[in-house]
Design a protein around this ligand. Structure first.
Ligand code: IMP
Length: 188
Protein backbone atom coordinates (compact mmCIF):
# COMPACT_ATOMS: atom_id res chain seq x y z
CA UNK A 1 0.00 0.00 0.00
CA UNK A 2 1.23 3.52 -0.81
CA UNK A 3 1.07 6.33 1.75
CA UNK A 4 1.85 9.96 1.01
CA UNK A 5 4.06 11.55 3.63
CA UNK A 6 3.30 15.23 4.20
CA UNK A 7 6.84 16.24 5.22
CA UNK A 8 10.07 17.15 3.48
CA UNK A 9 12.24 16.59 6.55
CA UNK A 10 14.64 13.80 5.43
CA UNK A 11 15.42 12.85 9.01
CA UNK A 12 11.74 12.31 9.86
CA UNK A 13 10.98 10.49 6.60
CA UNK A 14 13.78 8.01 7.32
CA UNK A 15 12.39 7.32 10.80
CA UNK A 16 8.90 6.77 9.36
CA UNK A 17 10.24 4.47 6.60
CA UNK A 18 12.09 2.23 9.07
CA UNK A 19 8.83 1.49 10.90
CA UNK A 20 6.36 1.39 8.00
CA UNK A 21 8.26 -0.66 5.40
CA UNK A 22 7.90 -3.94 7.31
CA UNK A 23 4.10 -3.36 7.18
CA UNK A 24 4.33 -3.25 3.35
CA UNK A 25 3.65 0.47 3.36
CA UNK A 26 5.61 2.43 0.78
CA UNK A 27 6.05 6.08 1.73
CA UNK A 28 5.97 8.45 -1.19
CA UNK A 29 6.74 12.15 -1.24
CA UNK A 30 4.53 14.53 -3.21
CA UNK A 31 4.35 18.19 -4.18
CA UNK A 32 1.75 19.42 -1.72
CA UNK A 33 0.33 22.85 -0.95
CA UNK A 34 1.63 24.50 2.21
CA UNK A 35 -0.82 24.13 5.08
CA UNK A 36 -0.99 26.69 7.87
CA UNK A 37 -0.09 25.09 11.19
CA UNK A 38 -2.25 27.24 13.44
CA UNK A 39 -3.90 24.52 15.50
CA UNK A 40 -3.87 24.64 19.28
CA UNK A 41 -2.61 21.09 19.66
CA UNK A 42 0.04 18.95 17.98
CA UNK A 43 -2.62 16.43 16.95
CA UNK A 44 -4.73 19.13 15.32
CA UNK A 45 -1.76 20.31 13.23
CA UNK A 46 -0.83 16.76 12.22
CA UNK A 47 -4.44 16.02 11.23
CA UNK A 48 -4.83 19.18 9.13
CA UNK A 49 -1.64 18.35 7.17
CA UNK A 50 -2.59 14.70 6.61
CA UNK A 51 -6.17 15.57 5.63
CA UNK A 52 -5.01 18.14 3.10
CA UNK A 53 -2.49 15.70 1.58
CA UNK A 54 -5.19 13.02 1.34
CA UNK A 55 -7.63 15.38 -0.37
CA UNK A 56 -4.96 16.51 -2.86
CA UNK A 57 -3.59 13.08 -3.76
CA UNK A 58 -6.52 10.71 -3.13
CA UNK A 59 -4.07 8.44 -1.28
CA UNK A 60 -3.81 7.53 2.40
CA UNK A 61 -1.66 10.23 3.94
CA UNK A 62 0.48 10.57 7.02
CA UNK A 63 1.74 13.71 8.74
CA UNK A 64 3.31 14.63 12.04
CA UNK A 65 3.75 17.63 14.25
CA UNK A 66 6.20 17.82 17.09
CA UNK A 67 7.67 20.19 19.60
CA UNK A 68 9.18 20.87 22.99
CA UNK A 69 7.18 21.83 26.12
CA UNK A 70 9.09 23.36 29.03
CA UNK A 71 7.36 23.38 32.42
CA UNK A 72 9.14 26.49 33.77
CA UNK A 73 8.01 28.43 30.65
CA UNK A 74 4.36 27.44 31.05
CA UNK A 75 4.62 24.79 28.32
CA UNK A 76 6.42 27.00 25.80
CA UNK A 77 7.53 26.79 23.04
CA UNK A 78 4.85 24.09 22.54
CA UNK A 79 3.04 24.20 19.19
CA UNK A 80 5.22 27.21 18.31
CA UNK A 81 8.48 25.23 18.66
CA UNK A 82 9.47 25.51 14.99
CA UNK A 83 8.95 29.29 14.94
CA UNK A 84 9.87 30.24 18.53
CA UNK A 85 12.75 32.44 17.44
CA UNK A 86 14.61 33.07 14.18
CA UNK A 87 16.54 30.08 12.78
CA UNK A 88 19.90 29.74 14.55
CA UNK A 89 18.58 31.56 17.67
CA UNK A 90 16.14 28.99 19.03
CA UNK A 91 18.34 27.01 21.43
CA UNK A 92 20.03 30.21 22.62
CA UNK A 93 16.62 31.81 23.29
CA UNK A 94 15.53 28.84 25.42
CA UNK A 95 18.84 28.76 27.34
CA UNK A 96 18.58 32.51 28.06
CA UNK A 97 14.99 32.21 29.34
CA UNK A 98 16.05 29.28 31.53
CA UNK A 99 19.25 30.81 32.90
CA UNK A 100 17.96 31.39 36.46
CA UNK A 101 15.82 28.27 36.67
CA UNK A 102 17.12 25.75 39.25
CA UNK A 103 17.84 22.16 38.33
CA UNK A 104 14.67 20.62 39.79
CA UNK A 105 12.48 23.07 37.82
CA UNK A 106 14.12 22.42 34.43
CA UNK A 107 11.75 19.59 33.47
CA UNK A 108 10.53 19.42 29.87
CA UNK A 109 9.14 16.99 27.35
CA UNK A 110 9.13 16.46 23.61
CA UNK A 111 5.82 15.54 21.95
CA UNK A 112 5.25 13.89 18.57
CA UNK A 113 1.75 13.62 17.15
CA UNK A 114 1.10 11.56 14.03
CA UNK A 115 -2.11 11.46 12.00
CA UNK A 116 -3.06 9.09 9.16
CA UNK A 117 -6.03 10.03 7.02
CA UNK A 118 -7.59 7.55 4.57
CA UNK A 119 -9.63 8.44 1.45
CA UNK A 120 -12.73 6.84 3.01
CA UNK A 121 -12.49 9.31 5.92
CA UNK A 122 -10.94 6.94 8.46
CA UNK A 123 -8.42 8.60 10.78
CA UNK A 124 -5.74 7.19 13.06
CA UNK A 125 -4.10 9.59 15.51
CA UNK A 126 -1.32 8.79 17.98
CA UNK A 127 0.94 10.73 20.29
CA UNK A 128 4.29 9.98 21.96
CA UNK A 129 6.15 11.88 24.67
CA UNK A 130 9.67 11.84 26.04
CA UNK A 131 10.42 13.44 29.43
CA UNK A 132 13.76 15.04 30.27
CA UNK A 133 15.31 18.32 31.36
CA UNK A 134 16.69 21.43 29.71
CA UNK A 135 20.49 21.57 30.04
CA UNK A 136 22.60 24.64 30.78
CA UNK A 137 24.48 24.65 27.45
CA UNK A 138 24.56 22.85 24.09
CA UNK A 139 26.07 19.37 24.36
CA UNK A 140 26.94 16.87 21.59
CA UNK A 141 27.12 16.96 17.81
CA UNK A 142 24.39 14.56 16.60
CA UNK A 143 20.67 14.93 15.99
CA UNK A 144 18.88 18.12 15.00
CA UNK A 145 16.76 20.97 16.35
CA UNK A 146 16.73 21.22 20.12
CA UNK A 147 18.61 17.93 20.68
CA UNK A 148 21.79 19.56 22.12
CA UNK A 149 19.86 21.18 25.03
CA UNK A 150 17.47 18.30 25.81
CA UNK A 151 18.95 16.12 28.56
CA UNK A 152 17.72 12.54 28.81
CA UNK A 153 19.35 11.36 32.04
CA UNK A 154 23.04 12.25 31.91
CA UNK A 155 23.21 12.76 28.13
CA UNK A 156 21.71 15.19 25.70
CA UNK A 157 19.79 13.75 22.71
CA UNK A 158 22.72 14.99 20.59
CA UNK A 159 25.13 12.78 22.52
CA UNK A 160 23.05 9.64 21.87
CA UNK A 161 23.27 7.39 18.78
CA UNK A 162 20.22 7.42 16.45
CA UNK A 163 19.26 3.96 17.78
CA UNK A 164 19.53 5.08 21.42
CA UNK A 165 17.41 8.14 20.65
CA UNK A 166 14.80 6.11 18.68
CA UNK A 167 14.41 3.74 21.64
CA UNK A 168 13.20 6.52 23.97
CA UNK A 169 12.25 9.51 21.83
CA UNK A 170 8.76 10.99 21.42
CA UNK A 171 8.80 10.06 17.72
CA UNK A 172 10.01 6.52 18.47
CA UNK A 173 7.20 6.07 21.01
CA UNK A 174 4.56 7.52 18.63
CA UNK A 175 5.76 5.40 15.69
CA UNK A 176 5.65 2.19 17.72
CA UNK A 177 2.07 2.97 18.82
CA UNK A 178 1.22 3.79 15.19
CA UNK A 179 2.73 0.49 14.05
CA UNK A 180 0.35 -1.42 16.35
CA UNK A 181 -2.66 0.69 15.36
CA UNK A 182 -1.93 0.28 11.63
CA UNK A 183 -1.44 -3.49 11.95
CA UNK A 184 -4.84 -3.69 13.64
CA UNK A 185 -6.44 -1.40 11.02
CA UNK A 186 -4.99 -3.26 8.01
CA UNK A 187 -6.09 -6.63 9.44
CA UNK A 188 -9.78 -5.51 9.33
P1 IMP B 1 7.83 20.19 13.08
O1 IMP B 1 7.22 18.98 13.73
O2 IMP B 1 8.58 19.84 11.84
O3 IMP B 1 6.85 21.30 12.94
O4 IMP B 1 9.00 20.70 14.05
C1 IMP B 1 8.75 21.19 15.32
C2 IMP B 1 9.97 21.74 16.01
O5 IMP B 1 10.36 20.85 17.04
C3 IMP B 1 11.21 21.99 15.14
O6 IMP B 1 11.81 23.19 15.58
C4 IMP B 1 12.10 20.82 15.48
O7 IMP B 1 13.46 21.16 15.41
C5 IMP B 1 11.71 20.50 16.92
N1 IMP B 1 11.85 19.07 17.15
C6 IMP B 1 10.95 18.11 16.86
N2 IMP B 1 11.43 16.89 17.16
C7 IMP B 1 12.68 17.10 17.62
C8 IMP B 1 13.70 16.21 18.07
O8 IMP B 1 13.58 14.98 18.07
N3 IMP B 1 14.84 16.80 18.47
C9 IMP B 1 15.03 18.15 18.46
N4 IMP B 1 14.13 19.01 18.06
C10 IMP B 1 12.95 18.49 17.62
Amino acid sequence: MQFVIASHNKHKIEEFRRILEPLDIELIEAQLSEVEENGETFIENAYVKAKSACLETGLPSIADDSGLCIDALGGEPGVRTARYAPKGQRKKTVLMKMKDVPDDKRTAYFVAAIACVFPNGDVIEVEGKCYGKIGYECKGEGGFGYDPIFMYGKHSFSEMSPEEKDAVSHRGVALRILEDRLKEYLRK
